[in-house]
Write a protein that binds this ligand. Structure first.
Ligand code: DON
Length: 333
């Protein structure tokens, strides 16, 4: 069996996973330097014109460890729109409010189709395969709007993130909002299709309004890692005031992130990185090392599945070097 120091992580007497911070710092800084030398940066999302303007040659990384330290590298303080990563927060809010009833309107299966596939929604009669593909996220927004009036449409996800990071001065990129309203034909089609199957209770425009704003929440890697902290707390813990219900919810959200978080690329991501994670077309990825850390990476160039090309590579190297795959530690250092 590997000893604690041999993997860079070890279980302390209090049952928490402690980390070799010195080693983590070296690893994170090393990755930031390596990624900057990349020759292939991927392509920014261009179906949202505002995102197409972003310089792809940027990379940031921030790791928040369970004991509250942040280790960062590259452009870790540059803000970007979180896009589909917002769907994780929306799901967390819905699950807390409605519990298992959420799954009556949206599934928890990988879709095997692109995140904005119309045929996939039609095939499943308006029941989205999971909450991370666009129709699934639209249905979750519809749930969050229950009991709301038209002139009282909330920025629920932004407020939740504000609570998580203890700072409510969180911006929404209004240019991205406008851009996505103008270009969001496919999402409007998906919302209409869900409505035609009886799986959307509010007006399509209202659901779109809230959805587009949650996608345009602007965070840095440092902020995103902090916002996702609740996902690493997958054990009841008196010190952190994590309840059994919170821990159980985190574990379940992590399961959906692992199987569905990178869409069609989820299998490859699990193989290479081995961590629950959620990507966004803004180039961000939030990954979770259960009970240990949250990691946010950002690089706006995407691969063919709409996931950050270099963000994924960075996570692969981090997970490998820290031996953080949830599928087990393998390396003797
Ligand atoms: O609805 C859209 O198409 C975007 N606002 C979000 C899609 C997204 O981030 C997919 N993630 N990789």
């Amino acid at each position: 069996m590997l000893g604690p120091k041999e993997t860079g992580n070890f279980m302390a007497a209090n049952g928490k996973t402690d980390i070799d911070h010195e080693r983590l710092k070296k690893v994170v800084e090393g990755i930031a330097v390596e990624i900057r030398k990349a020759t292939e940066w991927g392509k920014a999302a261009d179906y949202i014109p505002e995102l197409a303007k972003i310089d792809t040659k940027q990379f940031g990384i921030a790791v928040l460890t369970r004991d509250g330290q942040t280790i960062a590298g590259g452009d870790a303080d540059t803000q970007f729109s979180i896009q589909s990563i917002s769907k994780v927060f929306a799901l967390a809010i819905a699950l807390k409010a409605k519990g298992e009833k959420v799954w009556k309107r949206v599934g928890k299966e990988p879709s095997g189709d692109p995140y904005n596939s119309i045929i996939d929604l039609e095939r499943h009669k308006g029941f989205p395969r999971n909450p991370f593909i666009n129709p699934g996220a639209l249905v979750v927004v519809d749930m969050l709007l229950e009991d709301r009036e038209r002139d009282d449409l909330p920025d629920t996800v932004r407020d939740f993130i504000g609570d998580m990071i203890g700072d409510h001065a969180i911006g929404i990129d209004e240019d991205v909002v406008k851009s996505e309203h103008i270009s969001g034909f496919t999402n409007k089609a998906l919302a209409n299709l869900a409505k035609s199957f009886g799986n959307l209770n509010h007006e399509v425009d209202d659901v779109m309004h809230v959805y587009v704003r949650q996608c345009a929440v602007a965070l840095s890697c440092r902020q995103l890692a902090a916002a996702g902290r609740f996902l690493m707390l997958d054990r009841e813990d008196i010190d952190d005031k994590v309840s059994k219900a919170d821990a159980e919810r985190a574990r379940r959200i992590n399961a959906v992130m692992l199987t569905c978080g990178q869409y069609d690329g989820s299998g490859d991501f699990a193989y290479r990185v081995g961590l629950p994670a959620k990507s966004g077309v803004g180039g961000g990825i939030l990954a979770v090392v259960p009970n240990t850390a949250t990691v946010a990476v950002w690089s706006p160039g995407l691969d063919d599945n709409g996931n950050s090309l270099l963000g994924t590579l960075a996570l692969e190297r981090l997970s490998q070097r820290m031996d953080w795959s949830i599928f087990g530690a393998v390396r003797r250092v």
